[in-house]
Design a protein around this ligand. Structure first.
Ligand SMILES: Cc1cc2nc3c(=O)[nH]c(=O)nc-3n(C[C@H](O)[C@H](O)[C@H](O)COP(=O)(O)O)c2cc1C
Length: 319
């Protein structure tokens, strides 16, 4: 009763969240799936599975393989398609939004027309607060082209930004499968991204040593979970310093967040929002326990607001 209070709210380019914690796209379906396992009203935002124009069955099984400290997935953007999403999934997301969390719909497509058509239609829904563009899926043919090619990414983002109503924030999700992520980050910002989210999974492979075949039917998949966290923290820190902070564009950080200490690393490195994916498979309540842990940490350090720690990394200049 009456204990210390800390303000966990964050403002991502006008997208105001009660706390920075969200679900990572593709790991929590469309909110039906986890309702019995976590108090979803405690999320800052709910991020959906990628939605494409038409339904997609995705890749053959096996589509998921556990690895040490992480997992490999090659789901291949299996999803119900835009029409079924709007008819069958939106009502539940609308009800969830009434409880507090903001709603972010992740959109994918094969070309700029598909991205723009799906994003603009979904953004017409009043309960949709932001669209996240998945330009970085490593598990479908052509899925990485936009996310790895700055001169394709910038016009794509510009087209989508023009088609999506102004009040809806546009998030561009960056791929780590590039030589220099600041180039794609800059292209996204120049195209008009309001927020950057990072990172999607790293292309990787696990081998069945008895059959001498990849363990995933797709051959390769995307690596996620604790194994990628230091890579993700590094990339967030770099994009924050070199692109996002100078441009005033907030970052949603993700990649291996499981404990509040992991989340704190991302915040210090420059992320203002945080998404949890793989750790949900271990404990669906992870975003809530991480938020509680962050609150205690901030109180213990005499902080009043989580905003006081964002981007406070003292990075050596002599690197
Ligand atoms: C099973 C699975 C499915 C995913 N599906 C999507 C997807 O549909 N769209 C997308 O943008 N990212 C997708 N991702 C990537 C995650 O949103 C996230 O970027 C990545 O897993 C890193 O976070 P994590 O280590 O907390 O899982 C998926 C990840 C996993 C593990």
């Amino acid at each position: 009763m009456g204990g210390a209070h800390v303000d966990l709210s964050v403002d991502l380019a006008g997208l105001r969240l009660s706390n920075p914690m969200m679900t990572a796209s593709g790991t929590c379906g469309y909110a039906d799936e986890y309702a019995d396992f976590m108090d979803m009203s405690r999320l800052g935002a709910f991020v959906t599975k990628s939605v494409t124009a038409k339904p997609r069955p995705g890749n053959e099984a096996y589509r998921i393989v556990e690895t040490r400290g992480g997992m490999l997935n090659a789901i291949g953007l299996a999803n119900v398609g835009m029409e079924a999403f709007l008819a069958e999934k939106m009502p539940r997301l609308r009800r969830l939004r009434a409880l507090g969390p903001r709603i972010i719909v992740n959109v994918a497509g094969h070309d700029a027309d598909e991205f723009a058509a799906v994003a603009s239609r979904i953004a017409q829904e009043q309960s949709v607060d932001a669209i996240e563009l998945n330009v970085s899926c490593p598990n479908v043919a052509g899925g990485l082209d936009f996310g790895t090619t700055p001169h394709l990414l910038e016009p794509l983002v510009r087209t989508v930004r023009q088609e999506v109503r102004d009040e809806v924030r546009l998030i561009v999700k960056l791929s780590p499968n590039v030589q220099d992520i600041t180039k794609t980050a800059r292209a996204a910002v120049e195209g008009g991204a309001d927020i950057l989210s990072m990172i999607n999974t790293f292309t990787a492979m696990a081998v069945d040593i008895e059959r001498c075949r990849p363990r995933l039917a797709n051959g390769t998949g995307g690596l996620s979970g604790p194994a990628i966290r230091p890579l993700a923290v590094h990339l967030v820190g770099r994009v924050y310093r070199e692109v996002a902070q100078p441009a005033g564009v907030p970052i949603i950080g993700m990649g291996g967040v499981q404990y509040w200490q992991d989340a704190a690393e991302f915040l210090i490195a420059g992320a203002s929002g945080l998404a949890v994916g793989t750790a949900l498979f271990v404990d669906p309540a992870t975003p809530v326990t991480v938020a509680d842990g962050l609150a205690r940490w901030l109180i213990d350090h005499g902080r009043r607001s989580i905003k006081e720690v964002i981007g406070t990394l003292e990075f050596p200049d002599n690197r």
